[in-house]
Design a protein around this ligand. Sequence first.
Ligand code: FE2
Ligand code: FE2
Length: 270
Amino acid sequence: MEAAQLPDTGTGRDEGVLRYYRLAKRAEWQVRELPWGEIPPIPEARGSAEKQARRRDIWRSVIMQQLQADTFACEMASQLLNAAPHFEAKLYYSTMVQDESRHTEAWLKLAAETGGEGERDPYLDELAEMFLDLDTLEEKVFLMQVFFERLIIPRFRMIAAASRGTVLEDLCNRLTIDDGIHHRAGVAYERLLLEDANKKQKNQLVKVANRMLPIFVQHALWRPKARAFLGALMQKRDVEMLKQDLEEGIRLAGSLGIDLSDLELPAFDV
Ligand SMILES: [Fe+2]
Ligand SMILES: [Fe+2]
């Protein structure tokens, strides 16, 4: 349905979210369009059998973390679809539910092609539990779309850069676009939701962000056993990246009119 045919809900304030509905429809893709069987699923390692097996374990752990994240995103997107009162937002969230479910399908297939699922990230489970339990729609949109989906995009870029010429790279490039839309749609919708919010409601967002940030930092710096030996090497770069990402997230929250003077940035150890 073209936007012109959409019923007018009378609010006239929802154009922002509707724009992302149209973008999402245009960016829609199918798992079968990925180059399965044409190029390797993950980078192929050279060297001894032992070295090859170790590289494979590393990639499998990367895939597992994303599979875990997108399976949780399915639940979260469906909560948002059910909780949003605005017609345009519901329309948009119906596409996000499909996106997250398609992402999960692709990760499941990629995990199967690379030897099955790996170790779960306990901090991601903790974040999922916290997000799903949040009380209000404003809190859910804020933590999931404004913060989390924004923070995950540079990680897709990093994985893509390290896996050129593979199905994994192709998938990460698609996810960069999809999650870019999810994030920007969330910012637009949060802006609308906060138009009539009072100071207490806005402060509540800072409170939940303060609960979320330390767990997010642990999630971002967590390494499964397969990647433990890479830890020291990557830790410094990861911490730098995380700091920049968090600072940008905070600037963005400020632009939504939220007073961030009570926001507590977690301390990180390098
Ligand atoms: Fe996703
Ligand atoms: Fe997403």
